[in-house]
Design a protein around this ligand. Structure first.
Ligand SMILES: *Cc1c(COP(=O)(O)O)cnc(C)c1O
Length: 437
């Protein structure tokens, strides 16, 4: 059913929200997470999975299992115990690959997002005097901006010339597809690398990754994506789209805990490209001969060949716990289906109840957004209201200069969360207009 038709079926009121929850086939997954509590013992309205996903109840068991292996086995834990550590990261590959639409050998869990972005740029940003630019968005997430700028400087180019910035039109925030196309058309011949997000962190806009990859490749550019806000949120088909590489973190929609290990995708077409430079480490070396400790580096074919170090098993255990929850839920297709309804309902309520005051800057087209809505309050101090929301038990997040981000996550949020959030916001805004007059 299309969004318009769906919207005509939404109704106001708590009973309706509860009906939606009763009919939700994924509702039972909420119980598989720890939901933070308010002082009165009730569940918080947690709408902040875009920043830090909640903890799966199973995470503690998975981590404890590895702590126990270490207790019982010491160094032998690398080879013995229920999940030997030596190949532990391989246990994550299939489920992780399912979430990004890659093959298991195209995906590896290692390092952190920004570190992986640097490693990928070492291999895939190969500037020449004719083709030296990196296309990124203006106001990209700061870490991405710093990483790109520093790579350009590392290759002795001038960021003022080599950073090709994709900007929204004057007075707008969302990026038009045709502006991406025009920029690639115009500058493509001098662009070495296109590095764009899957989902823009501030506005929640989904970029057309398939089309950007096609346009970029047509012009001879390498195309990589930062999927920090996309993975676990929107369906991805990295292999079929043909993206050269992608990086992401696992603590946002992947619910793997603060600072957890990041993810990386390298397209299979690069598997046997010996000419690709890379910063290497022993964990990327051929598994059969890694422990012969020889001086000649022979990379594992596929994304694993970019690994540097033996990975932090306790973090991988928490990621595995979370990926198993995703697998139990059927991966992205059913989650996306619920997500469209959950965010659609929230948006509908905001427009119906608070359309005068609350502007949703996220795209209205459900295909062009994930679960997050970015809200701006007209004629109000957004920051002040945000503080009051927190006191009332709503956890969202505030992004300077003036946006409140709320992200109902299909794995653990319910329709009633959306309903209660809007009721609280409505009461706060009414309260203020009353006290102003
Ligand atoms: C969350 C996020 C990061 C965070 O980077 P870390 O290296 O994991 O600290 C980077 N880029 C984007 C776009 C993000 O959303």
């Amino acid at each position: 059913m299309n969004a318009e038709a769906e919207a005509t079926r939404y109704r106001k009121g708590l009973d309706f929200a509860r009906q939606l929850d009763q009919r939700d086939p994924l509702a039972r997954f909420r119980d598989r997470f720890h939901i933070p509590k308010m002082e009165n013992g009730e569940d918080e309205i947690y709408l902040c999975g875009n920043s830090l996903g909640l903890q799966p109840r199973s995470a503690a068991d998975y981590v404890t299992t590895e702590l126990e292996s270490w207790q019982r086995l010491g160094v032998k834990g690398h080879f013995e115990g229920p999940f030997p550590w030596l190949p532990y990261h391989e246990l994550l590959a299939r489920n992780m690959a399912a979430l990004v639409g890659g093959e298991a050998t195209e995906v590896v869990t290692m390092n952190s997002l920004t570190a992986n972005l640097h490693l990928m740029m070492v291999s895939f940003y190969r500037p020449t005097n004719d083709r030296y630019k990196i296309l990124i968005e203006d106001h990209a997430f700061p870490s991405d901006h710093y990483a790109v700028e520093s790579q350009i400087k590392f290759h002795c180019y001038d960021p003022a010339q080599a950073m090709c910035l994709l900007r929204p039109r004057d007075g707008e925030e969302l990026i038009h597809d045709e502006d991406v196309r025009d920029l690639i058309e115009r500058e493509g011949e001098s662009i070495a690398l296109i590095m764009l997000p899957g989902v823009q962190y501030y506005t929640g806009q989904v970029f057309d990754m398939a089309e950007i990859t096609r346009l970029g490749h047509e012009k001879g550019c390498v195309v990589g994506f930062d999927l920090a806000h996309a993975v676990g949120n929107v369906p991805l088909q990295l292999h079929d789209w043909g993206a050269d590489f992608a990086v992401w973190c696992t603590y946002k929609y992947l619910n793997a805990g603060p600072g957890s290990v990041g993810g990386c995708f390298v397209h299979a077409r690069h598997d046997n490209d010996a000419a690709l430079p890379r910063f290497s480490g022993w964990w990327g070396h051929d598994k059969a001969t890694r422990f012969k400790m020889g001086p000649r580096f022979e990379p594992i074919p596929g994304a694993e060949g970019w690994q540097l170090s033996n990975p932090p098993i306790l973090s991988l255990a928490a990621i595995r716990a979370s990926l198993d929850v995703f697998a139990d839920a059927g991966h992205m297709a059913p989650l996306r289906e619920k997500s469209l309804r959950l965010t659609g309902y929230l948006e509908w309520l905001l427009r119906e109840e608070l359309g005068e005051t609350v502007v949703v800057i996220t795209p209205r087209d459900p295909d062009r957004r994930g679960c997050q809505l970015s809200l701006r309050l007209v004629g109000e101090s957004g920051k002040d209201i945000f503080g009051r929301l927190e006191k009332a038990g709503v956890t969202g997040d505030w992004r300077e200069p003036d946006v409140i981000r709320v992200a109902p996550v299909p794995l653990y949020n319910c329709f009633e969360d959306c309903y209660r959030f809007v009721e609280i916001l409505k009461a706060l805004l009414k309260d203020r207009s009353g006290s102003d007059s």
